[in-house]
Design a protein around this ligand. Structure first.
Ligand code: CP
Length: 303
């Protein structure tokens, strides 16, 4: 009923979501009236461009209506979360939430009468990973056997990529010199290791040599990037991570497709040349958030 991460989905169910994303992308007119009279509430504790836009536009294009709910300017900021969700889920058909803590999403799921979708928390970002898998299938023709290398800080996006790839046959190598401890999910990592589809290394050149896709994400969580209190940690990370930037030099090893979940910190995790290179699929990947959102809502709201 809910999408908190991919744990409750079988490989087959996740592959079906990817294929539904591609189907709605190819045949969007067919779905124009699917959600007539239905509403989705989109709750944000944090800033967002893609997640907000993709879910809002998805609801419009599916014939329904989306409500943007800013945590800080509503009574979510003041009241008991369970009470607020009890109320909200009696008026809407689906709730998508971007929250600081996964524990809040679990509270929402326990109180809600309607599906709860994780719009990114500190541990997972499933709607992003689904868009990533849609992009990989679109470009590579198939998921099974595609080789993806993720280079950056191990974070929420990494976790969902690990889950998403190992459930769909994508061979994933992560090159993550820093581990964001807030994102740690040992159970997820152990399950992924057992599949033999995920490995980690610090040898970035060797990893990239064999890749079909290279992928990076911000080295510093968006909310901390300009925070003076995080300045020392930011400098430390920049020094440590600089050799792992995706740039023209790295892409000389292998002309792989370039991915980034956006927003981008140009000149940090990726160079402007790599963003604009011929093999960059970054903007298509971001565009595919729309089809990811549609596939998720079509699947969860059909009950
Ligand atoms: N990738 C992603 O989730 O983008 P936003 O933070 O802009 O929603």
């Amino acid at each position: 009923m809910h999408l908190i991460n991919f744990k409750e989905l079988s490989s087959q169910e996740l592959i079906k979501l990817v294929d539904l994303g591609l189907e709605v992308k190819a045949n969007s007119k067919k779905y124009l009236k699917t959600f007539q009279g239905k509403s989705a509430a989109l709750i944000f504790q944090k800033t967002s461009t893609r997640t907000r836009v993709s879910f809002e536009v998805a609801m419009t294009q599916l014939g329904g209506h989306a409500l943007f709910i800013d945590w800080r300017s509503t009574n979510f900021a003041l009241a008991d979360l369970g009470d607020e969700i009890q109320y909200l889920s009696r008026n809407v058909d689906c709730i998508m939430a971007r929250v600081l803590y996964n524990s809040d999403l679990l509270k929402m799921a326990a109180a809600s009468r309607v599906p709860i979708i994780n719009g990114c928390d500190e541990k997972y970002h499933p709607s992003q990973a689904l868009a990533d898998l849609i992009t990989i299938k679109e470009k590579h023709g198939k998921l099974k056997g595609a080789k993806l290398v993720y280079i950056g800080v191990h974070n929420n996006v990494t976790n969902s990529l690990i889950e998403g790839c190992t459930k769909t046959g994508v061979e994933l190598t992560t090159v993550t010199p820093i581990f964001n401890e807030a994102s740690r999910d040992q159970g997820l990592l152990s399950a992924a290791k057992k599949t033999g589809l995920w490995k980690s290394t610090l040898d970035v050149k060797k990893a990239v040599a064999d890749a079909d896709f290279v992928y990076t994400d911000t080295w510093i969580d968006m909310e901390f990037f300009t925070d003076p209190k995080f300045a020392a940690e930011k400098e430390k990370r920049i020094k440590l991570m600089a050799p792992y930037q995706i740039n023209a030099e790295l892409l000389k090893i292998n002309n792989a497709y370039v991915m980034h979940d956006m927003p981008i910190h140009r000149g940090y995790e990726i160079s402007p040349e790599a963003i604009n290179s011929e093999k960059s699929v970054i903007y298509e990947q971001a565009e595919n958030r729309l089809y990811s959102a549609k596939a998720i809502m079509l699947t969860l709201m059909k009950q």
